[in-house]
Design a binder for this molecule. Structure first.
Ligand SMILES: NC(=O)c1ccc[n+]([C@@H]2O[C@H](COP(=O)([O-])OP(=O)(O)OC[C@H]3O[C@@H](n4cnc5c(N)ncnc54)[C@H](OP(=O)(O)O)[C@@H]3O)[C@@H](O)[C@H]2O)c1
Length: 756
């Protein structure tokens, strides 16, 4: 409100005041800082930090697997880059009567996992079942529990199978979809079997109908499906040709008994096939090549030849093929194993039985594999994404101890045998909070305002909570009345449903510019928040109430400043201080600074206020979502947290005071004034310098993707030689796009694979 003047806050202790220089420095210094804490010779300045919800309490623990049977998953904080892989504690699976819980020994990774992790599977990203949260399509492990109706398996049985979300210590599978692992194959080896052999067996014997006197051409034969297909073809008695993309891989295939080995990266394999077969061609092609590789493979078909497609890219791109290539009684079939369990369950079960029998008979053997323990799952994903491996890449769950993130959201619990007080709970956002407590299983909720009477919306919500079985007490309580607060707390301090949590949401809003504020406006806004909060604190201390939480409701206005709300921000600042004061005394204490709440509360009731906040970059968060965020905020290590949806670029535009304040600018992170680091650099530099700046930025991002030193990356070095392939290109694309905010087709990264 006072743009021309500079106001500084100083918090000095006696020692710092004695060394007067520091103090006058803080007052007179030419600096953008506006707040200082002086402690002796030390000077502290505040900085805000922006975190995703699950990061607010990044508590981790070491899980000793021998002693602790907690579950954890290899999952992601979000899709886009493999860097986002984390190990996180999760609940045990809930078993349906026909399911078993399996302790996973190892998981085979598949390209679909990489595609999900790097967001190439966009359709599946939206809901809770998002693929990137549930990586791992196949496993081998030991049955630990069985559902009530399971008769074919018992605890201790060794099984393998496929599905979704197996990159976790304890998972579940329908008992009739599991295959047994025979004695003599260890579980880690067994994890190489399911998808590779189910795919190869289905492709070659069912769809390809490969016969004893025939020849099969297996593309990318050194991969998981490829190596399995060689075994399947040999089991049938067929002759096998194979292609692979490197000398090492081709040498490996020769050792493995592939009759003829060719290069998958050159298109002359078709000529080679023709000359090796005296112009006749092969009977079955198992294809995973894309583009021209498809046309060339079709050229390899003998009369009555069958091509079985397991690639996806050209189907998605709707690549045309010439029908003449099928002229001589040929067939071109596409298979996608992942749809079988849903759309052809009987056939899928038949495949499971056939592969299980072949494995038991020793006809299908575990594949060559690279192994990584779960704590190094990201490395495993990178290896697979760069296609440097032979056979399978396996993630094992055999470490004696693993460092995992705690699942704070799931761990926050309220009790059915306790009561919880929500001040301001008979109207507005407090009702949404009460509903959340009720859904979490709170036994009794005391909702208080001055009259004890809910408004119409609250009354309807209370009906629902009561139907759910929550006991609701409507209390007439003026929180500014210390004696009344004391009586209410005393009444609920002990007994059948002792008080265990307080949400202090009572508030009166009377916005006015500083020049218009009078004693009444200040008093009416400050008292319910400050006096009310303090009265609650004094009463719970007085009656010795051991609270699990005591949270004051503050506002983002307090965090970034807000014209016309000096009284409100002052009140909220004191609520923060009360939370800090309580924490300092080892008592439960938090303050939650909310952004714009949609669905209920004083902002939602005012269209003008909603539009204004939206225009300055404070975007709505649904009340139920905000309430659910409390699960995290209340367990966080820091007592003063905000939860808001903010468009920082808009804040920087409309609130220059906030954007230039060093307390807030870290929130803009690499995005000073709404811009990324590179955007700021470009804006400040002459046109001639842009190429170098952009090259530096790309070099930094390449270094992150390829996990190499940026300094070692020459501009003209081919990125493909450093390991950049189609999948890591996607990761690079995501990163570069985030910096420059321009859509870049991934082909650009593939076509011009140098930094220059
Ligand atoms: N809504 C938002 O977008 C938003 C954003 C940031 C922060 N917040 C914070 O969230 C809290 C709830 O906001 P809201 O939007 O739900 O406000 P609201 O709808 O105006 O509700 C405020 C409640 O406080 C009660 N109250 C006021 N003075 C009281 C007193 N002396 N004793 C007991 N109760 C009293 C009011 O009831 P009576 O007047 O009937 O007593 C009313 O039920 C506030 O602390 C607010 O600062 C809200």
């Amino acid at each position: 409100e006072f743009k021309g003047s500079s106001i500084r806050l100083l918090d000095a202790d006696t020692r710092s005041l004695q060394s007067g220089i520091t103090t006058s420095d803080a007052v007179l210094e030419e600096t953008a800082e506006t707040e200082f804490v002086l402690r002796g010779a030390e000077r502290y300045v505040p900085r805000l930090e922006q975190l995703a919800l699950h990061e607010v309490a990044p508590s981790r623990r070491t899980l000793e697997t021998a002693r602790d049977s907690s579950n954890f998953a290899v999952t992601m904080t979000g899709p886009g880059t493999i860097d986002n892989i984390v190990l996180r504690e999760i609940a045990d699976p809930e078993l349906a009567p026909n399911e078993v819980m399996v302790e996973v020994a190892a998981v085979g990774l598949n390209f679909r996992d990489i595609m999900a992790a790097t967001s190439i599977l966009p359709d599946e990203l939206e809901n809770d079942e998002a693929y990137w949260r549930n990586l791992g399509l196949e496993f081998a492990g030991t049955v630990r529990k069985v559902g009530d109706r399971v008769t074919n398996l018992k605890p201790g049985d060794r099984i393998m199978g496929m599905g979704k979300g197996y990159l976790r210590r304890f998972a579940k599978i329908r008992a009739d979809l599991a295959m047994r692992v025979p004695d003599g194959i260890d579980l880690i080896e067994a994890a190489t079997l399911p998808t590779a052999f189910l795919t190869a067996h289905y492709a070659l014997t069912h769809i390809g109908r490969l016969a004893e006197d025939e020849t099969a051409l297996i593309h990318l034969a050194s991969g998981g499906v490829g190596l399995a297909a060689i075994q399947v073809a040999h089991d049938v008695g067929a002759r096998v040709f194979g292609t692979a993309g490197s000398d090492t891989k081709r040498a490996f295939l020769k050792k493995w008994g592939v009759d003829e080995v060719m290069n998958s990266r050159a298109l002359d394999f078709a000529d080679e096939v023709r000359s090796l077969t005296r112009g006749r061609g092969v009977d079955v092609v198992l294809n995973a090549l894309s583009g021209n590789g498809i046309d060339k493979s079709l050229e390899c078909l003998a009369p009555f030849g069958r091509m079985v497609e397991i690639g996806k890219r050209d189907l998605a791109d709707d690549k045309p093929i010439g029908l003449r290539s099928l002229y001589r009684n040929n067939a071109y079939s596409v298979i996608d194993l992942s749809t079988l369990p849903v759309e052809r369950e009987k056939l899928f079960r038949q495949l499971l039985a056939e592969v299980e029998a072949k494995v038991a008979a020793g006809a299908y053997k575990p594949l060559e594999a690279s192994r990584f323990p779960a704590s190094r799952a990201a490395e495993a994903m990178r290896m697979l994404s760069r296609a440097l491996h032979i056979g399978k890449v396996i993630v094992t769950f055999d470490e004696p101890s693993v460092d995992i993130e705690l699942d704070l959201g799931a761990q926050f619990a309220v009790s059915a045998q306790a009561s919880y007080l929500v001040t301001g709970g008979l109207k507005g956002f407090g009702v949404a909070i009460a509903d959340w407590l009720s859904q979490k299983g709170a036994g009794t909720i005391i909702l208080a305002n001055r009259s004890g009477v809910p408004d119409a919306e609250a009354a309807a919500a209370i009906d629902i909570m009561e139907q759910r079985g929550t006991r609701i007490i409507r209390a007439a309580l003026d929180v500014t009345d210390a004696a009344a607060v004391d009586r209410l707390i005393e009444e609920h301090a002990a007994g059948d449903a002792p008080l265990r949590g307080i949400v202090h949401g009572a508030a009166v809003i009377e916005d006015a510019f500083v020049s218009q504020l009078d004693a009444g406006k200040i008093d009416r806004v400050l008292r319910p928040k400050i006096t009310g909060g303090w009265n609650l604190h004094v009463a719970v201390v007085e009656h010795d109430v051991p609270l699990d939480f005591f949270v004051n409701f503050s506002s983002i206005a307090q965090v970034i400043g807000s014209s016309g709300q000096a009284n409100y921000t002052a009140a909220n600042s004191v609520l923060n201080a009360i939370a800090t004061y309580r924490r300092g005394r080892n008592l439960a204490g938090s303050s939650a600074a909310w952004g714009m709440i949609a669905g209920s509360g004083f902002v939602a009731r005012s269209e003008a206020m909603t539009n204004y906040l939206d225009s300055v970059g404070i975007k709505p968060v649904q009340d139920s979502e905000a309430a659910a965020a409390l699960s995290y905020l209340l367990r966080a290590r820091s007592e003063n947290l905000g939860f808001a949806n903010i468009d920082w670029a808009a804040i920087a535009r409309t609130n220059p005071g906030a954007a230039t304040n060093p307390r807030i600018s870290p929130l803009l992170g690499d995005r000073t004034g709404g811009r990324s680091r590179i955007q700021t650099e470009l804006a400040a530099a002459p046109r001639e310098a842009w190429d170098d700046l952009l090259a530096d930025m790309i070099r930094r991002e390449v270094a992150k993707v390829l996990k190499v030193e940026a300094i070692a990356l020459a501009d003209d070095r081919k990125l493909s030689e450093l390991g950049l392939d189609s999948l890591s290109s996607f990761e690079l694309k995501n990163r570069v796009e985030a910096q420059v905010e321009v859509d870049i087709p991934v082909a650009k990264f593939l076509q011009a694979p140098t930094i220059a």
